[in-house]
Design a protein around this ligand. Structure first.
Ligand code: UD1
Ligand code: MG
Length: 465
């Protein structure tokens, strides 16, 4: 049977996506769709050869320089794309040809195709769809053998009724492919060199062409437009969710848990509805995440709670509590058991173990040691309009409500900042900082103001004017 190689056709523009981004780079669960098919091919046939063309540099940049590439300078069709790969392929053996836009294909399907291929010149993977619109239809002769594939645009009304479609995945005998691929011609509606025409050419030349028909329609889901992108994302998302559930993660409503490819989550963690977990995120065991939460590129320890919040590019250590309605911006480390509560925003800051910012605060560019309490409304003022400054708050300090700490500052261990203070200078360890006007009480005035009639108020206003 000889050597086994794989080629992935990924040079097309993907016009039907109506996008500035090349089709094969559109993400599916946080990862370019092309990466899925690369993994799938690599699992059975080693490092695949990728045919790039439209925005080739961009595709190479995203997929990585250590891959194997062939260039199709002009997008003249799938047959022409495969022609460009031939110089880099062995003289003989078997060749798997896959499309860059069918990310749901799995290793098992390729193994099934290889088994069906046997000594055929070509074997095409097909499936049956209740709505085959848009796909190439597989036409068989009266004996049931594959005769040819006709594209939607070239098909007659009767041919369009055929429900068996070409999945875009094939196995070829390389030697025969080399001989007959140059015979394709662009005499069709799209004026393209259709790879699918090779099947008819091989048949005419008396070579056996087979089909491997798979039950699972997802194999064939080719992404040509945004509707198919959403359809594929839903299937991929469901696969990711199922695998997490099998590993001991509870998804209260899997249909509203949007978890990217590669996210790791420990056992007994509960993901509540309307939650997005994206990028390079790892979450430990026994956490409660959500509802209505977005986590991006975060490292989360065990037993952490995050409710109705956004966490990005940060580390949450074990038993930290975040939210509801908190925003942890990039560059934060929230220590074990620390709390970042309601309407609190933290940026590029370290919050020590068991420290608390329970409500309505902003901490930017701050190093807060353990056991610190930051009262409601306290702000660490890091920006002077031109530059950002850092502050440090020592262990066990108490920052009163509604105080403003004008960075850069050093607040010593166990220091006490009185509520409403605007702190403009360092506070030594154990000191009390208070900076606010002394209170004055005007006897009886409160009562007079409260019992005033509306007309009196008007008179008083007019008097003033
Ligand atoms: C193709 C098949 C169709 C099949 C469907 C399955 C042909 C002519 N048609 O149609 O029978 O049912 O896939 O999804 O092959 N590409 C290139 N260079 C080109 C054109 C395309 O590399 O010049 C690449 C694209 O990047 C894409 C793949 O080939 O990854 C398929 O091209 P696409 O335009 O999506 O073909 P379909 O119309 O989907
Ligand atoms: Mg396609």
């Amino acid at each position: 049977m000889g050597e086994l190689q794989a080629v992935i056709l990924a040079a097309g523009e993907g016009q039907r996506m109506r996008s500035a981004v090349p089709k094969v780079l559109h993400p599916l669960c946080g990862r370019p769709m092309l990466c899925y098919i690369l993994d799938c091919a690599a699992a059975v046939a080693g490092e695949p050869l990728i045919v790039v063309g439209h925005d080739a540099d961009l595709v190479r940049e995203h997929i990585g320089p250590r891959r194997r590439y062939a260039l199709q300078e002009k997008q003249l069709g799938t047959g022409d794309a495969l022609m460009q790969a031939l110089p880099q392929l062995p003289r003989e053996g078997r060749l798997l040809v896959l499309c860059g836009d069918t990310p749901l294909l799995e290793k098992e399907h390729l193994e099934q195709l290889l088994r069906a291929h046997g000594d055929n010149a070509a074997t095409v993977m097909t499936t049956r769809l209740s709505d085959p619109t848009g796909y190439g239809r597989v036409l068989r002769d009266p004996g049931g053998l594959v005769q040819r594939v006709v594209e939607e645009g070239d098909a007659s009304a009767a041919e369009k009724k055929v429900c068996e479609i070409n999945s875009g995945t094939y196995c070829f005998d390389i030697k025969l492919l080399r001989r007959f691929l140059p015979r394709l011609s662009p005499e069709n509606v799209q004026r393209e060199y259709y790879l699918t025409d090779i099947l008819a050419v091989l048949r005419e030349q008396g070579h056996p062409v087979g089909a491997c028909t798979v039950e699972d329609w997802q194999v064939a889901l080719g992404i040509n437009d945004r509707c198919q992108l959403a359809e594929a994302a839903a299937v991929m998302g469901a696969r990711i969710n199922r695998s997490l559930m099998q590993r001991g993660v509870t998804l209260v409503d899997p249909s509203t848990a949007y978890i990217d490819y590669g996210v790791e989550i420990g056992a007994d963690t509960v993901i509540l509805p309307q939650t997005l977990i994206e990028g390079a995120t790892t979450i430990g065991a026994a956490c409660r995440i959500g509802p209505a939460t977005q986590i991006i590129d975060a490292q989360i320890g065990d037993g952490v709670t995050v409710r109705q919040s956004v966490v990005q590019g940060s580390i949450l250590e074990s038993a930290a509590v975040v939210g509801p309605f908190a925003h942890i911006r990039p560059g934060c480390r929230i220590g074990g058991g620390a709390k970042v509560g309601t309407f609190v925003e933290v940026k590029n800051s370290a919050i020590g173990a068991a420290s608390k910012l329970p409500h309505l605060s902003y901490a930017g560019d701050a190093d807060i040691d353990g056991g610190v309490n930051i009262g409601a409304g306290a702000i660490i003022v890091n920006y002077d309009g031109r530059k950002k400054h850092r502050s440090h708050i020592g262990a066990g300090a108490f920052i009163g409500c509604n105080s403003s700490l004008i960075s850069p500052l050093e607040i010593g261990e166990g220091a006490f900042v009185a509520a409403g203070t605007t702190v403009t200078g360092d506070v030594p360890a154990g000191a009390l900082a208070i900076a606010r006007q002394r209170q004055k009480n005007c006897e009886g005035l409160g009562k007079r103001l409260l019992t005033k009639k509306p007309e009196q108020e008007k008179d008083m206003r007019e008097e003033k004017e």
